[in-house]
Design a protein around this ligand. Structure first.
Ligand code: 6YU
Length: 501
């Protein structure tokens, strides 16, 4: 046992926002031996700001979801002066959008028609109503279907049978439902809504506030937090290969962290923040002895999917000036589908459309295309030119304008990122809160009495209701730092600053 908190050695695996948050809180609370080991050459993980020419674009996280007092990312961004005046207004913070900002749409179809909003309004309204209902099964229990996809499809057919009839207009509305299903695949980072558990999906909570962006880039948040810690707190390009816990041979070392290059770092506590996508691929080699079975089952069961972006730049806009989102509706998709049969030939059909990157005074005419699932992973295997060709054909077909030519594209590649393996987590069919609790449970598990808190777990997938977000990830980092603080508050109370006791 250490006699002082400044002797306690803490290793954090991963320098995404959860790892940064944990280190920041521990260092501010009197722990001096905090070290982050990061596999890649940068901080931020899935917060990644990039460039297309001289335009700053977000390759990873885009928005602060629900920017208001309850959201710690909003509070930090405000404190660091990273937000625009609109995002700071009380009106913006008070808006209740339930995770779905009311963007102004333009809708185009595969026969080159621009639809009037009243044509598709009933479909959009019914879809929103069903999504809202789908979230209530978490509390009510007794869900009628295992997945959100099955629930929505069944209910659309039942509720629209009379209203929409089997005429052309009904068919078009069901095609619009297909597009909305694809939107939700992106929101949830899942291949299909048939994979998204109906009951567990209701675990997700939103905070008040209309989503906002960082005008100077999301990485500003990372830079500000990092600037308040010693520069050498992180070792970059230092992938961890295996965490040897429950050390029986050396009594003075609880955990040995073995790196890919053979280096071994001794620690009293290790906070693991690697993405669930990475854990799914490597849990069997990353821990020795292996993880307990209940943890393994939850890692396997819980969902982790891909949502990718395709930024496309145009010389001039082909969308309305007030348009914020463009929906692409395939007129042969009235079977309410959210996955394509022939991925290599038709992957682009999975792209639901684009959000408009605003303001145009700063960005010019850039759209951000969104694509989720296996089609998104397949897109990563194509060259930039192949993606550009596919997007050009799509836009020409949907606008009916045969000469529109995008200038260039920039794509994200989250599935093939070896340290991430996808974009973010979602509760898949058969999952429950118990899976998240299993994933966040420290090792050795609670039942054991010897050397507690050897390995702790943070990262977005371990937040019980803000999973898949930056604020969720940040809160899990603070949660695990607080777990250690509480532990030492009971064993070494005089060592910690009073505010943390
Ligand atoms: C948000 C948003 N957003 C878009 C896209 C993506 C994500 N998110 P990290 O991965 O950051 O860090 C782990 C580190 O570990 C990393 O640096 C690795 O290199 C390292 N590592 C791995 N293995 C290692 C090893 N062996 N050794 C050492 N190091 C190792 N979130 O708030 N707003 O707009 C979006 C979006 C394309 C990819 C997002 C968004 C998710 C966040 O980016 C993500 O949760 C956090 O950054 C994760 O931080 P971390 O520290 O946990 O891991 C209503 C309703 C429905 C319910 N769902 C709503 C979904 C809302 C999510 N929306 C997302 C949308 C977008 C567009």
């Amino acid at each position: 046992m250490n006699s002082s908190v400044s002797d306690v050695r803490i290793v954090i695996v991963g320098c995404g926002i959860s790892g940064i948050a944990a280190a920041h809180r521990l260092l501010k609370s009197g722990f001096n031996h905090v070290r982050i080991l990061e596999a890649s050459g940068r901080s931020g993980g899935r917060i990644k700001t990039g460039k297309m020419g001289d335009k700053i674009l977000e390759i990873g996280a885009n928005w602060i979801h629900g920017p208001s007092e309850e959201n710690p990312v909003f509070c930090l961004a405000r404190q660091y002066g990273l937000l625009s005046p609109d995002a700071l207004t009380p009106e913006n913070q008070a808006m209740d959008v339930g995770g779905h900002p009311p963007w102004t749409p333009n809708v185009f179809t595969s026969s080159g028609r621009k639809l009037k909003l009243e044509d598709i309004h009933p479909a959009v309204e019914l879809f929103a109503e069903l999504l809202e209902e789908s979230a209530k099964f978490q509390e009510k229990g007794g869900e009628p279907w295992p997945s959100v996809g099955q629930f929505i499809r069944t209910e659309v057919l039942q509720r629209s049978a009379e209203k929409w009839k089997a005429d052309n207009a009904g068919s078009l509305k069901r095609c619009m439902i297909s597009t909305m299903l694809k939107v939700e695949c992106c929101v949830n980072g899942t291949h299909s809504l048939d994979d998204l558990g109906l009951g567990a999906n209701g675990l997700y909570k939103t905070t008040l506030g209309l989503d906002c962006t960082f005008p100077g880039g999301y990485e500003g948040l990372v830079r500000n937090l990092m600037s308040e810690m010693p520069a050498d707190v992180v070792t970059y390009k230092q992938p961890v290969r295996c965490i040897h816990w429950n050390n029986s041979d050396k009594r003075d070392v609880a955990v040995n962290v073995e790196c890919e290059d053979g280096k071994v770092v001794a620690a009293d506590h290790v906070i693991v923040t690697v993405p669930l996508g990475y854990l799914k691929m490597h849990y069997s080699s990353l821990f020795h002895p292996p993880l307990p079975l209940h943890k393994i089952y939850s890692i396997q069961r819980y969902g982790f999917g891909t949502n990718n972006k395709i930024f496309v730049e145009f010389d001039s806009p082909w969308w309305d000036q007030d348009c914020e989102v463009i929906y692409m509706v395939w007129e042969d998709e009235d079977a309410m589908v959210d996955q394509v049969e022939d991925i290599t030939g038709s992957w682009i059909k999975k792209l639901f459309g684009f959000t408009v990157v605003k303001p145009s005074e700063r960005f010019g005419h850039i759209l951000c295309g969104w694509i989720a699932g296996h089609e998104a992973s397949y897109m990563e295997t194509l060259s930039e030119q192949e993606v550009l060709n596919a997007v050009t054909q799509l836009v020409r077909r949907f606008t009916g304008n045969p000469i529109i030519t995008p200038r260039r594209v920039l794509t994200s590649q989250w599935f093939h990122d070896p340290w991430t393996g996808g974009s973010y987590s979602y509760p898949s069919r058969g999952c429950s809160l118990q899976d998240i609790e299993n994933m966040m449970e420290p090792l050795p598990s609670k039942r054991s009495v010897s050397r507690s808190l050897q390995v702790l777990f943070a990262g977005e997938a371990t937040h019980p209701f803000y999973y898949s977000t930056v604020h969720g990830a940040l809160l899990t980092g603070w949660r695990e730092a607080d777990r250690l603080l509480a532990h030492y508050a009971s064993t070494l109370p005089a060592q910690l600053p009073k505010s943390n006791l």
